[in-house]
Ligand binder design. Sequence first.
Ligand code: CTP
Ligand code: CA
Length: 222
Amino acid sequence: LEAFFAPKWFSGHAVLVTAGPTYEPLDPVRVLTNLSSGKMGYALAQAFAQAGAAVTLVSGPVSLPTPLGVTRVDVTTAEQMRAAVLERVSGHRIFASVAAVADYRPARVSPQKIKKGAERLTLELVRNPDILAEVAALPEPPWCIGFAAESENLDEYAERKRREKGLQLVVGNLVQEAMGRDENTVVLYDENGRIPLPTADKAQVAWGIVRHVARRLGLIDT
Ligand code: CTP
Ligand code: CA
């Protein structure tokens, strides 16, 4: 019903969203990952679609249904997510990077299952590409939204990410208040400062973000 009455602020605009975790394989049965349900990214993809956008959702492994009207592309690793995003991003007005991308991946992937042996095992990890930073640095970048899930110093870290990656908007939250839950408490950081949104379910928070973006892009007056 909400979708039916939703104002179509974004009709004619394409929005690219990433969501969920990435899986970085160690061997055929083990991965390194971040805890992420994908709920916030899926809620945001759905809200943009309800607001009339053509939405492509590049998704890591999650167990969520594809939101109605959204084109979904499934990926597993950060490198696959990067390729899927860079292949498609041109022509998109907005890039919302909600995925919990693994910052590191195992330096070597064992083709066979690693057998247990020694009492200690050291893993060597290498840095993954920063997908959002790469997109924001494109010659003609889309309007970029980053997410910052922090366990402390939210204002400082979120604002720093916005400036350092050159983003139009950062949505910040404290992990203690969001992980695995249906509700979320977020603060929006943009060039004009910080705007806390009321605690609400992730669908309502997504609408708050979509409305803010529509205002910033001049698609609504109020
Ligand atoms: N991000 C990304 N690619 C990565 C890491 C992060 O696109 N390899 C994006 C996330 O989707 C998010 C934003 O960057 O929108 C911030 O992610 P976060 O993990 O909070 O910040 P990092 O820059 O990775 O810094 P750190 O983890 O050290 O806080
Ligand atoms: Ca990170």
